[in-house]
Design a protein around this ligand. Structure first.
Ligand code: FES
Ligand code: MG
Length: 571
């Protein structure tokens, strides 16, 4: 057995050693737990306020069992848990804060290796970002998706069906009682959203990067094999410590490229771009917005899941999950990248990766869409880029010129969207300002604005929408997101006026505001920045330090890592 960093605590023979050990012994730890064995932190994002992660204490028990079996010393600790549904103004505002919690909790404690228990959207990137800045041996155990939603004999998906049924209610097609019934039918087991929303996307990202054991992303939260995965991960992290298999050995540029390609093939959320960029920044792998287009936009869509497709995560798991996707894509991935198993992706799937259902996972030669990845748009409306997810968009709108209908902020939108006198038709382009990282703050998922009621009543199902915000991974539509620079810091998006014409051309990757440079300069000289939203606290720090969407919306001073060394004692 080697000497691990935890011996700087538990291995000391002096007063400090007594302090470090004695207080731990109040939990009933026997002497030999301090004999230099690997100490494994179980970083738990359990919280009843994060319903998607509410079962993680159970999962932690399975991890603990595995750690003990392998001769490690498991220590579970909580960190800030971000729930997508309850947290206002948006969980994204606190992703970087949670990452700081994870980073400092790991580094400051006697931990040799860490298991990240994740689930809801932000809990995966925040913990990965924090852990990457410490760079210890680390393994992700995702909490797994909920069982498929079932309503009146139909499969219904988290989020995705919420949009649909809300429109049905708005149109008067269903009663409020039926609407309440949908709530229970949509979320009927522990776990995270079971569409290919952001949580599923993040779990698949972790597996694609090589950060979970094989098949870790898709097992339903309540399937016994989820606990089995957790127990095996507990055993494996102890070995990873002995092998010194740190995150930086797994998170190579090739691993990131694989993740981008796999995300395109599974139809993953547009939020993937922001989170992967932030993780790359922490581990020191160069990755920019154009990489997502260059590497991902030509990749075929293979996985038929909502919101773009038909099925849900349970079906994806039974069809073979991420290993089956990797097998299909072997010719276009770099499968010699090492994973937490200590083996490469290619080795992990050498006896597996079987596709059991070609309606759910299409063959590479016969994809759903030939080129599916997220497209990066540039133009005077988004000088540093914007993104669109073509697989969620309406083909006929992907080349479109329309008159702008501008909402200055989210309150303005809510105030006027259903006004019968609003001057808007289906050919218009809806523009929403002040929903970027600084402006909102926190870049919420409001980019997929619900269409005006009067147009929904006419049967309009989609319109071009543009904002500096994000959209839920469970949402769909011809929605241009992540406009950078954002309106609140003086981006041209902030200068758009009602009646301007905007041209979207996805094939040519452009988003153009048809207003002359002279006129834009004139508008800029009259432009007044919106008032700062917070004079103190974390939010004040956030708005002063957050980077724009194309840089991953991390805080500028968090980019990079500080390693795992702590040289000074506490007393
Ligand atoms: Fe938690 Fe969707 S709200 S995963
Ligand atoms: Mg979401």
């Amino acid at each position: 057995m080697g000497t691990y960093r935890s011996s700087d605590w538990f291995g000391k023979k002096d007063k400090m050693g007594l302090v470090y050990r004695s207080w731990m012994k109040n939990q009933g730890m026997p002497e030999d737990m301090f004999d230099g064995r690997p100490v494994i932190g179980i970083c738990n994002t359990w919280s009843e306020l994060t319903p998607c992660n509410a079962h993680l204490r159970d999962i932690a028990e399975s991890v603990r069992r595995g750690v003990l079996e392998a001769g490690g010393f498991p220590l579970e600790f909580p960190i800030m848990s971000l729930g997508e549904t309850l947290l206002k103004p948006t969980a994204m505002l606190f992703r970087n804060l949670a990452s700081m919690d994870a980073e400092e909790s790991i580094r400051g404690n006697p931990i040799d290796g860490v298991v990240l228990l994740t689930g809801c959207d932000k809990t995966t990137p925040s913990t990965l970002m924090g852990a990457a800045s410490v760079d210890l041996p680390t393994i992700v155990v995702p909490g797994g998706p909920m069982l498929n939603g079932k309503y009146k004999g139909q499969d219904i998906g988290s989020g995705t069906s919420a949009w649909k049924f809300t429109e049905e209610l708005k149109k008067g097609n269903i009663t409020y009682e039926e609407y309440e019934e949908v709530e229970s039918c949509m979320s009927r087991s522990p776990g995270h959203c079971m569409t290919m929303g952001t949580a599923s996307t993040m779990a698949c990202m972790a597996e694609s990067l090589g950060m979970t054991l094989t098949g870790g992303a898709a097992i339903p939260a309540v399937d016994a094999r989820r606990k089995r995965l957790a127990q095996l991960s507990g055993r494996r992290i102890v070995e990873m410590v002995k092998e010194d298999l740190r995150m930086s050995k797994i998170l190579t540029r090739n691993a990131f490229e694989n993740a981008i390609k796999i995300n395109a093939a599974i139809g993953g959320s547009s939020n993937f771009i922001i989170h992967l960029t932030a993780i790359a920044g922490r581990i020191g792998v160069p990755l920019n917005l154009d990489d997502f287009d260059d590497i991902g936009s030509k990749i075929p869509l293979l996985v038929n899941l909502m919101p773009s497709g038909k099925f849900l995560m349970e079906d994806f798991y039974y069809a073979g999950g991420v290993p089956a996707v990797i097998k299909q894509m072997q010719s276009i991935l770099k499968t010699d990248t090492i994973t937490v198993s200590g083996k490469t992706h290619a080795e992990n799937i050498s006896n597996g990766g079987v596709n059991y259902n070609e309606e759910v996972i299409y063959a590479l030669e016969n994809p759903i869409i030939v080129e599916a990845g997220i497209t990066v748009l540039k133009g005077n409306l988004a000088i540093n880029g914007a993104v669109i997810k073509p697989s969620a968009a309406t083909p006929s709108l992907m080349q479109h010129r329309g008159r702008a209908v501008v909402f200055e902020d989210i309150e303005d939108y809510h105030l006027r969207i259903d006004d019968p006198d609003l001057d808007i038709d289906e050919s218009c382009v809806m523009v929403l300002k002040t929903v970027g990282p600084v402006g909102y703050p926190g870049m919420p998922e409001v980019g997929n604005m619900t269409l005006p009621k009067k147009l929904l009543d006419q049967g309009v199902t989609d319109m071009v929408r543009i904002s500096d915000g994000r959209m839920s991974g469970t949402a769909y539509g011809t929605v241009v997101l992540h406009v950078s620079p954002e309106s609140a810091i003086g981006g041209n998006l902030g200068l758009v006026q009602n009646g301007d014409f905007i041209a979207l051309d996805v094939a040519n990757k452009s988003i153009h505001l048809e207003v002359s440079d002279e006129e834009l300069a004139l508008r800029r000289s009259n432009w007044v920045a919106p008032a700062a939203v917070a004079a103190r606290g974390y939010v004040n720090m956030y708005i002063n330090h957050v980077q724009q969407a194309d840089k991953g919306a991390d805080l500028d001073f968090l980019v990079g890592g500080s390693g795992s060394k702590v040289t000074r004692d506490s007393h």
